[in-house]
Design a protein around this ligand. Structure first.
Ligand code: SF4
Length: 386
């Protein structure tokens, strides 16, 4: 199946507001028939409102447009994000006055308002869908495209996968990366060697396991699979293995499937703003320089097609390496540019593969430009010196 992804380029021909991204978002919402679809619906808008002093999230100008469209269409909108991010979001401009509707913590102020769904995957048996998400009758998933330390890309799937689950499940999803064993202490009984393995990692991704003396604990978020530790570790004692890294991606696909299954067919749509693409997630509480050029605004009813399209468009240009914080490194230039930064085991397309296998959507898409950039032909114009 080929899905349609509507696209607005950040480029413009003329110096007119109608050729800029907020106006193109309007065109995308028209193509998605958003106003007609939300009449009488309780519409939850899942946003990532960022944290701390971050400023690279979806600007309120865009959010207001979506809220306005829902109200004009006769829907009742409210915005949600996890409590940790909603707390203090007014300092980043996300107020009801600015946006046009209230902003709520998705699972309540103590992350306890949620609906359980049974599905066994590694360490997880129970998935807690945030109450304010499941209570709605229509979902607008409005994501910001950025890098992510666990899977290299955070877009539409990640916005739902983590942002629509209660805290207990979000923690368990990260713990899936610890499920398959990667440290075999019997092959490295020597404390001095363990200390050398830890010390060789430039990102402090390997630490002592607090609960199991003699074990090393890997923080996969900080690991870019550079392999330095493997050169020091005795053969077989340590694995830097795709199975651990892929677990989080598969958990994201499962989580997204569960949340989307709570909405009736046709009652969910997805938007993604790919501007100010920073290296890490917006939840870190700060913004860094953009590491990829602005790629535009995207919209689709197919969340998999949408993320696939954003990844393909952002892969057309190399990483802006001079904008990287010095603490990060590029040791491979294989795969998607975000993988150059986060490492070969964090292929961002993998989440889409898992999601497609689960029937969440299709990786095949047609990209429809809602306002193609017009070339202005000046060939017939003579230059007249002033
Ligand atoms: S592979 Fe590199 S980044 Fe990962 S833990 Fe080993 S030394 Fe650290």
């Amino acid at each position: 199946m080929t899905s349609t992804v509507y696209y607005g380029s950040p480029r413009q021909s003329r110096l007119q507001a109608s050729e800029t991204l907020p106006a193109k978002l309007d065109l995308i919402m028209e193509r998605l028939n958003l106003r007609e679809r939300v009449k009488g619906e309780q519409v939850v808008i899942k946003l990532h409102v960022g944290n701390g002093i971050g400023y690279s999230t979806v600007h309120p100008v865009f959010v207001r447009k979506v809220v306005q469209a829902v109200i004009e269409g006769g829907g009742k909108p409210y915005i949600v994000d996890v409590d940790w991010d909603v707390h203090g979001c007014t300092e980043r401009g996300y107020t009801a006055e600015v946006l046009g509707c209230p902003v709520f913590p998705s699972a309540g102020v103590n992350e306890q308002y949620a609906y359980p769904h049974e599905h066994t995957y590694k360490n997880i048996q129970r998935w807690l869908v945030a109450g304010m998400v499941q209570d709605a009758t229509f979902l607008i998933n409005f994501a910001h495209a950025k890098g992510h330390p666990s899977c290299s890309y955070g877009g539409a799937i990640k916005n739902i996968a983590l942002g629509c689950m209660a805290g207990e499940t979000r923690g368990a999803m990260h713990d899936t990366m610890q499920y398959d064993p990667y440290w075999f202490p019997e092959l490295c009984p020597d404390e001095e060697t363990r200390q050398r393995i830890k010390a060789v990692c430039p990102f402090e991704a390997l630490v002592d396991d607090k609960e199991h003396p003699g074990y090393l604990h890997l923080h996969p978020e900080q690991c870019n699979a550079c392999g330095r530790c493997l050169k020091v570790a005795p053969p077989g004692s340590l694995k830097i293995d795709a199975v651990n890294f892929d677990s989080f991606k598969e958990a994201c696909a499962i989580s997204t499937q569960i949340t989307l299954s709570t909405f009736a067919p046709g009652k969910a749509t997805h938007l993604c703003l790919a501007t100010q693409i920073i290296p890490l997630c917006d939840c870190f509480g700060f913004s860094s320089m953009p590491i990829l050029p602005d790629a535009g605004v995207f919209g689709s009813d197919d969340i998999v097609a949408l993320d696939e399209a954003v990844l393909d468009v952002t892969a057309r240009t190399p990483l802006i390496e001079e904008n990287l914080p010095a603490a990060l490194e590029v040791h491979t230039r294989q795969g998607h540019p975000l993988q150059w930064l986060h490492g070969p085991l964090k292929n961002p397309y993998k989440v889409n593969e898992y999601a497609e296998q689960l029937g969440v959507g299709s990786r095949q898409y047609e990209l429809v430009d809602v306002f193609p950039v017009e070339k202005i032909d000046r060939s017939g114009m003579d230059y007249i010196p002033a």
